[in-house]
Design a protein around this ligand. Structure first.
Ligand SMILES: [Zn+2]
Length: 210
């Protein structure tokens, strides 16, 4: 079976720069992008991203995205895992970078992926952890423009950027025990939940962070 056209983004071998060809390697069950010159096989797959759904003073810590996809919409702090870090390290780093908080991981919330029909082409597998805030202050950073503390009873569902955000928050609420952490409370006028800026829209399954 051939590769879907919109998933064939790479045209040249990353090793020797020869044009890639769509071929079926011996023993493989599907066509791959193969380099005829050096034999390199470019396996396309899901990219791993990890993040946390922190709780601060009983409220969920969300971030407003400052970059596409989902620019202006909300998600939990999350991003692509680097080649030299674990998923746990990635989750802690992204949380620190995007919302300024040090957290303690409190178990896996879930692993989320969606079919290409509801994805935006980024083909990401999102791993989300429950987390308690143990330090720092809720300040937006990196590609986040705002930290939003959401009351569990008033989650802005229609303002979420991704299906993974919806599902991870849903799973965090189902876990219960939203007692929050002891970290520094947000300063007045910062971190409060604004009204949704956009009409409700169907979240996509795209990446949580660029
Ligand atoms: Zn090559």
């Amino acid at each position: 079976m051939g590769l879907p056209r919109d998933l064939r983004l790479s045209r040249f071998c990353p090793h020797c720069a020869s044009p890639l060809a769509e071929r079926r390697p011996p023993g493989d069950g599907r066509d791959r992008l193969v380099c005829p010159a050096c034999g390199f096989i470019l396996y396309l797959g899901l990219k791993a991203a990890a993040g946390t759904v922190p709780v601060l003073d009983g409220r969920l810590v969300l971030i407003r995205r400052g970059v596409p996809p989902g620019e202006g919409l909300l998600s939990f702090p999350c991003g692509y895992a680097e080649i030299d870090e674990t998923l746990e390290e990635c989750a802690l780093r992204e949380t620190r970078e995007e919302c300024g908080l040090e957290v303690r991981l409190e178990g896996l919330l879930g692993a989320y992926s969606y079919p290409p029909s509801v994805d935006d082409g980024s083909r990401v597998a999102v791993i989300a952890y429950a987390a308690a805030v143990v330090g720092g202050e809720p300040v937006a950073g990196d590609d986040a423009t705002e930290v939003v503390l959401a009351d569990p009873a008033a989650v802005p569902w229609g303002d979420l950027a991704f299906l993974s955000a919806r599902d991870a928050i849903r799973d965090r609420l189902a876990r219960g025990g939203l007692t929050g952490g002891p970290a520094t409370p947000p300063a007045p006028g910062r971190g409060s939940a604004p009204p949704p800026r956009r009409a409700a829209r169907r979240p996509r399954g795209g990446p949580p962070s660029a």
